[in-house]
Design a protein around this ligand. Structure first.
Ligand code: BG6
Length: 480
């Protein structure tokens, strides 16, 4: 049902995500007059606050997490905020909550940023209080389960109250500007699509490297690990956008139909095609940092690094490996996609002593948003003793190409889409389930083979086995 919500209800309103991302994003949308002046925002959580207490909490969050120059109109923004304390596990409080929200108005958008164990009771409470009708849509923050089975349970519980077209599953990577730019690059240019296949592409690398460690999320992370925390969602979404067929239209159904085909075409991975690691004490950005086990305070077999050689079994990608890797406490924070093209079929320069290297496209997603295509070029000179060729980059730095345009964080876009009801950048149930199916199979092979993560020093690119995983195919990771 299409409506622009004039009420937004935030569960987990005093949590970390709310402080760092949700409240600053909403304040930025307010400052830029992108949300309707009537939109009222009600926060709820267990903390015993009133409206004033929540506004103070929000003010502090904005001062901490929002650049001063974007904080205009903060007082009016704070006036939009209201708060109702709630124990989400019992039905009683929901009637009061519904009163505070003032019914569903012209449409209500709900955002659940709580532990997944609260999803089911919350949905029951919302139904009980009449906050789950056709004029209500719901946004769900990850993690949506820990396996296909638990994810299905959550999805079933949500589906009992909210139809799929009113269910907005968040993968914040889809809200990142450069991730969407991937679609522009592929489908708004004639250049790439004809060569975007196994005839011309030798392999693809997707790296999501982080310098941070546990960041206080001890219990959550130790139960999840890198495969479930990063690969199951963000990395598979990136892979799907790189590998999907051209959708017929830029709309939610067309795009998600194509992504899910890719996710279903992922080949089962063999244990020998994966490497897991766990960081030990080391140095990141010149600072000494403790090992994972020390941060955790006990021994653990949870992986903080994973590298996988994946395959998409379809005509387009036959024989093209997708090397994925992600980890905590790596030397730098970088998310990038590398498309390595094949060698030219015949070099006319061989007789002149010149060698050629295959082209490579690097799509930087963060922290640098740039696109760089390596091309062979002639080194200037008269060439009396032969021709010299060298690889030179054709570089586009997005912030320079679009200077003067506000760079928005993912949650600004995603919250606005939730309020306005655009599902294009949200993950459909069949996608999530295909993602889990693939990831569960990997975990099953690890368990069957009693695979334990190898150690790596914080500040390095993971265990040496990850380098070997690519090198045995003659491939180097992009940073090496
Ligand atoms: C989250 C993971 O989904 O993404 C975190 O749970 C991770 O462990 C984060 O740090 C990375 O997001 P970003 O936007 O900083 O790359």
């Amino acid at each position: 049902m299409s409506f622009t919500a004039d009420r937004l209800l935030l569960f987990g309103a005093t949590g970390d995500l709310s402080q760092r991302m949700l409240l600053p994003s909403l304040a930025a949308l307010h400052a830029d007059e992108l949300i309707h002046e009537d939109l009222q925002i009600v926060g709820t959580a267990r903390s015993d606050l009133d409206d004033t207490g929540f506004r103070n909490f929000a003010r502090e969050a904005l001062e901490k997490f929002m650049p001063a120059e974007r904080r205009s109109g903060m007082a009016q923004f704070l006036n939009r905020l209201h708060y109702q304390p709630l124990d989400a596990t019992t039905l009683e409080g929901y009637t009061e909550l519904a009163k505070k929200v003032g019914g569903t108005g012209n449409g209500l958008a709900i955002f659940l940023s709580t532990a997944p164990s609260l999803f089911e009771p919350t949905i029951a409470g919302l139904q009980h209080a009449g906050l789950a009708g056709n004029d209500v849509r719901i946004g769900l923050e990850k993690p949506l389960g820990t396996s296909l089975e638990t994810s299905c349970e959550i999805n079933d519980a949500v589906a009992a109250a909210f139809s799929e077209d009113r269910t907005f599953r968040i993968d914040h990577y889809l809200g990142k500007e450069t991730v969407q730019n991937l679609m522009a690059l592929r489908f708004a240019n004639i250049l790439f699509e004809p060569i975007w296949n196994s005839n011309y592409i030798e392999h693809v690398q997707i790296t999501v490297a982080e310098t941070v460690g546990l960041e206080g999320r001890v219990a959550f992370y130790d139960d999840a690990g890198a495969l479930r925390d990063m690969v199951q969602n963000h990395m598979l979404q990136l892979l799907a956008l790189v590998a999907m067929e051209p959708p017929t239209d830029f709309d939610a159904t067309a795009i998600r139909d194509e992504k899910v085909k890719v996710l279903r075409a992922l080949r089962k991975v063999d244990t020998s095609e994966t490497v897991t690691g766990q960081y030990r004490a080391g140095a990141v950005d010149g600072q000494s940092v403790p090992g994972y086990d020390e941060e955790l305070g006990k021994d653990s077999d949870t992986e903080t690094f994973v590298a996988i050689k994946a395959h998409v079994d379809n005509w387009r990608w036959k024989g093209v490996p997708f090397y994925l890797r992600t980890g905590k406490r790596l030397p730098e924070r970088v998310t990038e996609i590398v498309v390595q093209f094949r060698c030219i079929p015949h070099s006319i320069f061989g007789s002149k002593g010149a060698t050629t290297q295959p082209n490579r496209l690097v799509i930087g997603i963060q922290p640098e948003e740039n696109i760089s295509l390596s091309l062979m070029a002639k080194v200037p000179g008269l060439g009396r003793d032969g021709i010299r060729l060298r690889q030179v980059p054709l570089n586009i730095a997005m912030p320079d190409a679009f200077s003067g345009k506000t760079r928005r964080i993912a949650y600004e876009r995603l919250l606005l889409d939730l309020i306005e009801g655009d599902q294009t950048l949200f993950v459909r149930r069949d996608e999530v389930e295909a993602q889990w199916e693939w990831v569960d199979a990997i975990r099953a092979t690890w368990e069957a083979n009693e695979l334990k993560p190898k150690t790596y020093g914080a500040g390095t690119w993971g265990p040496s086995a990850a380098i070997a995983l690519a090198e045995r195919d003659g491939v180097s990771w992009h940073d090496e």
